[in-house]
Design a binder for this molecule. Sequence first.
Ligand SMILES: Nc1ncnc2c1ncn2[C@@H]1O[C@H](COP(=O)(O)OP(=O)(O)OP(=O)(O)O)[C@@H](O)[C@H]1O
Length: 228
Amino acid sequence: MIYMSEVSKIYSNGLVALADITVEIASGDFVFIVGPSGAGKSTFIKLIFREELPSSGKIVVNGRNVANMSPGDVPYLRRNLGIVFQDFRLLPNKTVYDNVAFAMRVVEAPRREIQKRVYNVLELVGLRHKVRTYPAELSGGEQQRVAIARAIVNNPAVVIADEPTGNLDPDTSWEIMKVLDSINKAGTTVVMATHDKTVVDGMRKRVLAIEKGRIVRDQQKGVYGYED
Ligand SMILES: Nc1ncnc2c1ncn2[C@@H]1O[C@H](COP(=O)(O)OP(=O)(O)OP(=O)(O)O)[C@@H](O)[C@H]1O
């Protein structure tokens, strides 16, 4: 599903963000990426959706080598990835329905299919009743659930999330984790970078710990392992 072999990322200022990463994430896995601030977690996530290119090494996502993919192929890669960010990134001038439908319109799905699927995913995240609402009228947790609905509307094989609970209180974070867990139980691979000790310790999923750009721990049913 996701395979990295001897991957390094050196930013243009010479900073080594990741060094010699080799890891495999299987289809259906749920993986937390943890580690101190600046360890390389976001860089790891960005390499998967080709927001950043590796300086060396091979990255295979859904059977395709991301490192040498032509720019024209990037949209195809991203169609099979659902991406969720800490700050939700919803379109403020569009309703909940349109925010989610937008991701299907760009892949030119038929209108009727869009309607059916948008209602389905909004049902899944418990927000079907909010279809006509605008993002500013929603709580943070609700906005993040819309962002998750948008991420999964095209039925991606993998959902990657960078600190999705970072702006949310503990109860709301749990709501988000329940949604991600149910998506994972339905077969989607989930890769989530997080600082949220309570979430990681409560979920007991695979944990990859990154420190100074290297994987220092790969633990099944793992724990957060840091004190913050
Ligand atoms: N575009 C960039 N140019 C130069 N250096 C960068 C860039 N992006 C990140 N870095 C550096 O690379 C290192 C890893 O950053 P990254 O954002 O991956 O860490 P992180 O583990 O996600 O941190 P945090 O938990 O604070 O979000 C850091 O030292 C950071 O300053």
